[in-house]
Design a protein around this ligand. Sequence first.
Ligand SMILES: *Cc1c(COP(=O)(O)O)cnc(C)c1O
Length: 231
Amino acid sequence: MRKGSIPENLNSVAERIVTACRSCDRRAEDVTLLAVSKTRPAADLREAYGAGQRHFGENYLQEALDKQAELADCAITWHFIGPLQSNKTRDVAGHFHWMHTVERLKIARRLSEQRPADMPPLNVCLQVNIDGEDSKSGVSPEDLPELAAAVAALPNLQLRGLMAIPAPRGASEDQRTPFIQLATLLDALKSQLPDQPLDTLSMGMSGDMEAAIFSGATIVRIGTDIFGRRD
Ligand SMILES: *Cc1c(COP(=O)(O)O)cnc(C)c1O
């Protein structure tokens, strides 16, 4: 269970970001807090919004669309962070500012084709299967350069960077290892695609946020530590 109210929790997460940035000589302004609001009612998002939170991440499309309708009066930046079937791309293309979980060219092509002409390009991160687990989503590090080049060429997407959900490490292992690997992959992409604004590492959740920030995260995706434990 969360310990405080949503505004209190947002404050303490913001303080943790400041502390983590200070200890590795980064600027807190360079880390965006994405409030992961899956399974939470629109009222919780409104409370967070009232406390100044602007970026929200959702995993389930229909749930997200319902909340967007309820919160149409709020100037929210919406991020889609869940798995996406190719027959559902139109709703993401039409209703989100960011999409973090692109792992196949087919999905990227559809998102680009379906992005409404009156909206700016959809910001995209490629999800990388950084642990090489068969069960995990994401493009393999080996296939990443080819996918990135193809996505960068699509007219209505803006390739911004990489996203990963590494497996939790045991206490003896370094939780930073997979994050450093993702940062290294982004550096390689910057050399490969020098014209692209590759400025985003979407990594770090409630349990490993500090390790991600030390390794260069620019977006941390925090659910539990803001809204409490999900059922
Ligand atoms: C649920 C979720 C989060 C938030 O996880 P917490 O541990 O609750 O902070 C972050 N990223 C993704 C992709 C998620 O699905």
